[in-house]
Design a protein around this ligand. Structure first.
Ligand code: URA
Length: 199
């Protein structure tokens, strides 16, 4: 199902409404995958008949959304992680150098045991995410507890992140062929934010 939703996103004839719908459905799938990673501990409950040994979640979760596209994934992740801490990073790529520029930062303090989920649907050069990981580590996160959730990636971006942060996990629906000279993913889906927000 993930690939059929991605194909809707890729299609340049997909309307704004259908793009949003497919993106939100994909976000729900990604969020459910993230939910499987949260640590649990044993818990015994009384059933009507006896006792049952089960589990309860015990790991804190922090969601970091990268403006603006990361915001589109947030509702789905909040559905699963309703008491998550939320951090916001505003990072814009310089149009000429393609270097990431941090223009807004509002992160909670992060415990080293917290599962830190960074939300950014598109991994192009990887620069934005490297900066986001850096900021998260400065706030106390542990590299091996960081998971990036994205929809589409370029090989360069994945390589860049893995070279610098080998313990960070990347969950992406697909890795495309390459980046073009404007650093857009090819074949890609165009500008995710523009298509989702209708700008
Ligand atoms: N961001 C996008 O929205 N699209 C790309 O192809 C690359 C980065």
């Amino acid at each position: 199902m993930k690939d059929s939703l991605l194909t809707i996103l890729r299609d340049k004839n997909t309307s704004k409404v259908n793009f949003r719908h497919a993106a939100q459905q994909l976000a729900m799938i990604l969020a459910s995958e993230a939910a499987l990673k949260v640590k649990q501990q044993k818990k015994t409950v009384e059933t009507i008949h006896s006792k049952a040994v089960g589990h309860e979640l015990f790991q804190k979760v922090c969601l970091i959304a990268i403006l603006r596209s990361g915001m589109t994934l947030l509702p789905a992740f909040l559905y699963y992680f309703e008491d998550a801490y939320i951090g916001i990073l505003g990072i814009r790529r310089d149009e000429n150098t393609f270097k990431p520029n941090l223009y807004y930062e509002n992160l909670p303090l992060i415990d080293k045991d917290t599962l830190l989920i960074i939300l950014d649907p598109m991994i192009a050069t990887g620069g934005t995410l490297c900066l986001a990981i850096d900021k998260s580590l400065q706030k106390g996160a542990k590299e091996s507890n960081i998971i990036i959730h994205s929809i589409l990636s370029a090989p360069q971006g994945i390589k860049q992140i893995q070279q610098h942060y080998k313990d960070v996990t990347i969950n992406t629906v697909a890795v495309d062929e390459k980046l073009n000279d404007k650093k857009y993913i090819v074949p890609g889906l165009g500008d995710y934010g523009d298509r989702f927000f209708g700008t």
